[in-house]
Design a protein around this ligand. Structure first.
Ligand code: PGA
Length: 251
């Protein structure tokens, strides 16, 4: 009953011409994927060219971040109303690279989530533990704090827009994918948490994506797990063939 979502996070890659070509290939190759949703997230400067390409297709447009104030003296930031105006449908929030390199905290995630939903953007809220935390056995506690802290300003009427991405930091860009059972364990735990942080109905309706070295050769098995509702893909989303193989995972 949850529609799978396959999302590409392009990170700091692609000129506008490259973005246009990659987006076009993805739109063309996703045409028959009508039982699933697709989203691609280019850099801010390529949003407009990619918006032109995905217009009228079944491919959504995501920003890689969003600021919570609508406008004002906040040099370098881009606001949710501006992203909406640029035709975004989604905003990735709290990616581990933002937490690690740019000071993102659960507090800033919460404010960004609130700003996104007020402007009709689906927030893709990223959570995940580091290798040290996994080895210390604190994974579930880390996730609990990120979920409770990051969603504390999400109004109930906007629960249907929420997407969660579980991305273990040790699996991002490393080629070390979580096993399907490791992913399922954490996804099931997140769904349980959402029952109390949101409501039981919202918990069962919320898509929980897995991210971290998702590739054409591991997506099918990951997607067999009942609580894995899609993927947030970095490296493999930059090659149209690889990403399209992920989009067209065997269901
Ligand atoms: P990766 O990145 O697929 O390159 O591991 C995933 C992500 O950071 O969203």
């Amino acid at each position: 009953m949850r529609t799978p979502l396959l999302a590409g996070n392009w990170k700091l890659n692609c000129t506008r011409d490259e973005a246009r070509a990659l987006a076009q290939a993805i739109v063309d190759g996703s045409k028959n994927a009508t039982d699933r949703e697709v989203m691609i997230a280019p850099t801010f400067v390529s949003l407009d060219v990619v918006a032109d390409v995905v217009a009228g297709s079944n491919v959504g447009l995501g920003a890689q971040d969003v600021y919570w104030e609508a406008s004002g003296a906040f040099t370098g930031e881009v606001s949710a109303p501006m992203l909406k105006d640029a035709r975004c449908t989604h905003a990735i929030i709290g990616h581990s690279e933002r937490r690690q390199f740019f000071g993102e905290t659960d507090y800033t995630v919460a404010r960004k989530v609130a700003a996104a939903v007020e402007n009709d953007l689906s927030p893709v809220v990223c959570v995940g533990e580091s290798l040290d935390q996994r080895e210390a056995g604190t994974t579930m506690g880390v996730i609990e704090k990120q979920i409770a802290g990051g969603l504390c300003e999400l109004p109930a009427e906007h629960y249907p827009k929420l997407v969660i991405a579980y991305e273990p930091v040790w699996a991002i860009g490393t080629g070390k994918v979580a096993t399907p059972d490791q992913a399922e364990d954490v996804h099931a735990h997140i769904r349980k948490l959402l029952e109390t942080v949101l409501t039981p109905a919202a918990a069962s309706a919320t898509r929980i994506l897995y991210g971290g070295s998702v590739k054409p050769d591991n997506v099918d098995e990951l997607m067999t797990r009942p609580n894995v509702d899609g993927a947030l893909v970095g490296g493999a989303s930059l090659k149209a063939d690889d990403f399209l193989r992920i989009v067209n995972f065997a269901s």
